[in-house]
Design a protein around this ligand. Structure first.
Ligand code: GLY
Length: 395
């Protein structure tokens, strides 16, 4: 089926090859998304050139963060993805400049977010340039991240703040990709072993019977669960949209890296939950929490939609019945690329997408652009075009 899906999309690409994008509104939509991203990111990169920070979001006011913020890797990462999609050498120069600002983060041991910070920036640089210096940074960051794994508990500790004894959040699944990469690169299984143990215990303790996940699970020192709840969702028992997205992306990636069927099964369960959820709106861009009491008037979370889209494109290649995931992800991508979510050039503070939610319980970043929405939107575009056999630079 995987081969069949690829041959169908390849055939489509051939059909449209002779008549330009006029014949294919979906390619037109994506081309527009790339074009807007190129413009917006170039403007933002130039604007922040002399400031030692990274644009993060817009609401309630423009938020520029330093290298230690969990989102610091996404702006450089988006520049790399936009460079890859366009071949624009100015974007590449900006990407290198902003990535270099994160150099010291490889030694930082104060957060689990090192995967986001380093693998989205130096990881993209290494993928595109193949440079040894980036590889060294990633391996050092993997070492720093591994230092946060308590051997008795068996998971990487997410945060050092708060009342929890040992908090682990579902988002942490995203940081494991860097560990898998470090083991492949160095030949040392230590990073991969930590990632696998973390994924296994998260699978055991983070999920409810309907495949939705808690945001925060805290552990006692003997490895038993201290508490299950939320920090950024509506309620301890609710399904916070981005949390579901992190879980889907994380287990899809874990299956790619290990071939372990239980990860694939979990990704499939999360995908089915999301795709069939009765409180998903018509355009499929989720409300910020599936249990938000303000639904249908609750704000949407474009960042969750972008992560879903990117993950589902990958999942579509890993299973026999992948077409349903591809179709759903394509719908998400088309709607994110519409005027409802894609910002007009010169607006939106230089961000690409509108309408995400960062941290509702803290009344922070409500209905705002977010730099990680942009990053996963661009990654979803790249995955989509690859599956369709279309070279983005020829669009
Ligand atoms: N990792 C924090 C968030 O998703 O907002």
């Amino acid at each position: 089926m995987r081969k069949k899906l690829l041959s169908i999309v390849g055939l489509c690409a051939l059909c449209f090859a002779g008549c330009g994008n006029d014949c294919d509104p979906k390619l037109d939509a994506v081309k527009r998304g790339i074009d807007h991203a190129r413009y917006q990111l170039s403007q933002a990169a130039a604007e922040f050139d002399s400031l030692p920070g990274f644009p993060r979001s817009l609401m309630p006011k423009f938020r520029v963060v330093d290298a230690y913020d969990w989102t610091s890797g996404f702006f450089p990462g988006s520049l790399w993805l936009a460079y890859d999609l366009t071949g624009d050498e100015t974007l590449r120069a900006e990407a290198e400049k902003y990535t270099a600002r994160l150099d010291s983060i490889q030694y930082y041991r104060g957060t689990h977010d090192l995967g986001f910070m380093i693998f989205c920036s130096f990881g993209q640089q290494q993928r595109l340039l193949g440079d040894a210096a980036s590889a060294d940074v990633i391996v050092e960051a993997a070492r720093s991240l591994s230092s946060r794994c308590n051997d008795r508990i068996g998971l990487i500790r997410s945060w050092d703040f708060g009342e929890w004894n040992y908090p682990v959040i579902i988002d942490n699944m995203m940081n494991l990709e860097m560990l898998f990469w470090a083991s492949k690169h160095t030949g040392d299984p230590v990073y991969r072993d930590i990632a696998v143990r973390h994924a296994d215990l998260t699978l055991r303790n983070h999920f409810r019977d309907d495949a939705s996940s808690y945001h925060v699970v805290s552990y006692n020192n003997d490895g038993t669960v201290e508490s299950r709840g939320t920090f950024q969702g509506y309620a301890d028992s609710s399904a916070w949209a981005r949390g579901q997205a992190w879980g889907l992306y994380g287990y899809t990636m874990c299956y790619r890296e290990t071939g372990d069927e239980k990860y694939l099964a979990q990704a499939g369960r999360i995908a089915d939950l999301v795709m069939n959820h009765p409180r998903t709106p018509e355009d499929r861009i989720p409300y910020w929490d599936y249990d938000a009491p303000q639904i249908p008037d609750a704000p949407r979370d474009a960042s969750a939609a972008a992560v879903f889209a990117s993950a589902l494109f990958e999942l579509s290649t890993l299973v026999d019945d992948g077409q349903k995931y591809f179709d759903y992800a394509e719908t998400l991508l088309m709607n994110l690329s519409s005027d409802d979510y894609l910002a007009a050039k010169g607006t939106n503070g230089g961000f690409v997408l509108m309408h995400s939610v960062g941290h509702w319980p803290a009344t922070s970043e409500i209905d705002t652009p977010l730099n990680y929405a942009d990053y996963y939107y661009l990654e979803a575009i790249a995955r989509y075009l690859k599956l369709r056999g279309v070279d983005p630079r020829t669009l």
